[in-house]
Write a protein that binds this ligand. Structure first.
Ligand code: ZN
Length: 203
């Protein structure tokens, strides 16, 4: 997880249409209260500062993460933060300003599991349109078995497929990509996957 944005966690998959929620209150240019209405020529409401004549556009956020692999096992982290405290996940979070996606995935891996990979390959792209998020998930081999819980994890552990806590995973996007991964593991070929995660998918 990114360190700064505590107000909106990428993993808060509660089903609320966050991209459409009224969460901006004040203009970050002049500090006056924003109006929320459809600008002329537009087709959806935006946050508008009538003093600055600025429209504060909101766009979807991207989350980066990875499946860290050690032979026939993968590394998962048990969350020490809400939402989904105590549940298992792959290391993932918002990537930061000025960072490449790959660097973001490596940083999250270090923050949450203090682990390092030899390299990363893009593996899955998932739309979570109902919360205006996109997940890009890499996969790659761990450099070694030096890993331990980072500040957002209770514990970190390697899992074989049969050991994966399927009923105790934090998010449906994690379940989806891990299912794919272990299917591909049988063939040894890891093609790029794209998919949509829907709100009705159970967590
Ligand atoms: Zn303003």
């Amino acid at each position: 997880m990114g360190r700064n944005d505590r107000s909106e966690r990428p993993k808060d998959c509660s089903g609320k249409p966050k991209g459409l929620s009224k969460k901006l209150k004040y203009c970050n240019n002049c500090g006056l209260k924003l109006d929320y209405r459809i600008p002329e020529g537009d087709d959806r409401p935006r946050f508008i500062c009538d003093a600055c004549r600025i429209i504060h556009y909101e766009n979807p956020k991207m989350v980066v993460g990875c499946i860290p692999v050690w032979k026939d096992r993968i590394l998962l982290c048990r969350r020490s933060i809400e939402p989904q405290y105590g549940k298992w996940t792959i290391p993932a979070g918002f990537y930061e300003q000025g960072e490449t996606l790959e660097a973001g995935a490596k940083r999250e891996l270090h923050e949450e599991a203090r682990a390092t990979v030899e390299f990363l390959e893009p593996y899955g792209l998932y739309n979570l349109a109902f919360i205006s998020q996109v997940y890009l998930i890499f996969q790659g081999p761990l450099k070694d078995k030096n890993f331990r819980a980072g500040h957002e994890s209770l514990e970190t552990r390697l899992f074989k497929e049969r050991e994966i806590p399927w009923d105790n995973l934090a998010f449906s996007v994690v379940r989806e990509v891990l299912r794919r991964y272990f299917e591909d593991f049988l063939t040894g070929v890891f093609p790029f996957h794209m998919g949509d995660i829907l709100p009705e998918m159970s967590y």
